[in-house]
Design a protein around this ligand. Structure first.
Ligand code: FDP
Length: 355
C-alpha cells in the first residue's frame, strides 16, 4: 500500500515550491524598479482577465446567452462570437482605472481603445487577441488569448496610434493563455519563456516550467491542408515532401495558441501561408504572430513570413496580416528552403530580355 502511494504521489509534487506569476515577474528584473513593479502589475491584470475568461468558458454551456454569434462582423469581416465580445471587454475592464495602460488594441476593435485617465502615468499599450480559435468555442475545444505589451512612443495626440506600426522587436512582453483541460499562461519579458498553470483552488498561476527550449526539430506539421488548392507551388511541394517522408505527423486544432503550445513543447512547425483569397494569410501581425514569434525565438525557435524574419516586419496598419511559418529552427528552415528554391526556379524560368 505504501508502495502504491509512493507511485501515485511522487515526493517532489508535495514539495513543490509555489512560485506565483507576480513573484516570477519581479524575479525577472534584477532590481525593484518602478518598471519592474509596473510590468508585474500589468501581468497580474492579464492573469485576472485570463481567470475571468477561463471561468466563463468552463461554465458557458450551462449559461444562457454565453455561446453563439452576436450577428455582427468585426473589422476583419469575420462573424463575431459572444465570447469574443465578452473576453474583449474583460481585458478592457481589468485595465480601466489601473493607471497602468493607456491604450488597448485588439482584433475585435477597429481602432485602439484609449483610457485617457491612465495616460499621464501609464505609458504602455496592450495588444491582444481576446479569443483565438473562436470556431472552437461552441464545441468545447481549446481556445486561447494572445497578448503583447509595447511602450507608447510619443504623445499620440491625434489618436492615430502610428507608433504601433513598429517591428515586433519593440515588444516589451508577450504571451498567451491556453484554455484547455487546465488553463496555462506562457510569457516572456525577453529573458526566456516560462509557463504557469492556474490552480483553481488557489486562484493563482503557479510556475510549471522555466526557460522552455523548443526542440530543434519535431515531427508535427500544423497547417490547414484544406487550403492546398489555394497555395503557391512552393508550399505544395513542402507538403508533398512531408507526405512522402517518414517521421512527420499532422496536427491542426483550429486554435493557433493550442497548436503553438504543442510545438513549443514537442517541436515541429505551424504554417499559415498566403492563399489565393488571402495573399498575406490569415494571422494578424501585431497581436497574434508577433507575440508568438517573440516567445518562439526566446525558446530557441524561429518565426518567419517564409522569406523574412517575422519580428523584423513593419506593419502598414494595425490589423495587418503576414504569412506565418513558426516553430522549430530546422523545420522552419526546411519550409523556407522550399520557398527560396521555388522563387529561384521561377526567376530562372523568366525569358531573357534582349535589349
Ligand atoms: P479563429 O479565426 O477561429 O480565431 O487567427 C485566428 C485563427 O482562428 C487561428 O487561431 C487558427 O489557427 C486559424 O485562425 C484557423 O483558420 P482556418 O479555419 O482558416 O484554418
Amino acid at each position: 500500500m505504501q508502495h502504491l502511494e509512493q507511485t501515485l504521489i511522487p515526493e517532489h509534487s508535495l514539495d513543490r515550491d509555489c512560485t506565483t506569476l507576480s513573484r516570477h515577474v519581479l524575479q525577472q528584473f534584477s532590481s525593484f524598479t518602478a518598471e519592474a513593479q509596473d510590468i508585474s502589475a500589468i501581468m497580474n491584470r492579464i492573469a485576472l482577465a485570463a481567470k475571468l475568461v477561463s471561468r466563463r468558458l468552463s461554465r458557458a454551456g450551462l449559461m444562457a446567452g454565453a455561446l453563439g454569434f452576436t450577428g455582427e462582423t468585426n473589422v476583419q469581416g469575420e462573424s463575431v462570437k459572444k465570447m469574443d465580445i465578452y473576453a474583449n471587454e474583460v481585458f478592457i475592464s481589468v485595465f480601466k482605472q489601473s493607471g497602468l495602460v493607456c491604450r488597448l488594441a485588439s482584433e475585435e476593435m477597429e481602432k485602439p481603445y484609449y483610457i485617457p485617465e491612465n495616460c499621464p502615468i501609464g505609458r504602455y499599450t496592450l495588444l491582444y487577441d481576446p479569443i483565438d480559435g473562436s470556431s472552437n468555442v461552441d464545441i468545447n475545444l481549446n481556445v486561447g488569448s494572445i497578448f503583447s505589451l509595447r511602450q507608447q512612443q510619443g504623445e499620440d495626440l491625434d489618436e492615430q496610434a502610428k507608433d504601433l506600426l513598429q517591428p515586433g522587436d519593440e515588444q516589451i512582453a508577450a504571451g498567451y493563455v491556453l484554455y484547455g483541460p487546465s488553463t496555462v499562461l506562457v510569457y516572456s519579458l525577453g529573458k526566456g519563456v516560462h509557463s504557469f498553470i492556474l490552480d483553481p483552488s488557489l486562484g493563482e498561476f503557479i510556475l510549471a516550467e522555466e526557460n522552455i527550449q523548443i526542440p530543434a526539430h519535431g515531427p508535427v506539421y500544423s497547417v490547414n491542408e484544406g487550403n492546398y488548392w489555394q497555395w503557391d507551388e512552393s508550399i505544395r511541394e513542402y507538403i508533398r515532401y512531408v507526405h512522402r517522408h517518414e517521421g512527420y505527423t499532422a496536427r491542426y486544432s483550429g486554435a493557433l495558441v493550442g497548436d503553438i503550445h504543442r510545438i513549443l513543447l514537442q517541436g515541429g512547425v505551424f504554417l499559415y501561408p498566403g492563399t489565393k483569397s488571402k495573399p498575406n494569410g490569415k494571422i494578424r501581425l501585431i497581436y497574434e504572430s508577433a507575440p508568438l514569434a517573440m516567445l518562439i525565438e526566446q525558446a530557441g525557435g524561429k518565426a518567419s513570413t517564409g522569406t523574412q524574419r517575422l519580428l523584423d516586419v513593419v506593419p502598414d496598419k494595425l490589423h495587418a496580416r503576414t504569412p506565418l511559418v513558426i516553430g522549430s529552427k530546422e523545420d522552419v528552415e526546411l519550409v523556407e528552403s522550399f520557398i527560396h528554391d521555388w522563387t529561384r526556379r521561377q526567376s530562372e524560368a523568366q525569358p531573357l530580355k534582349i535589349s
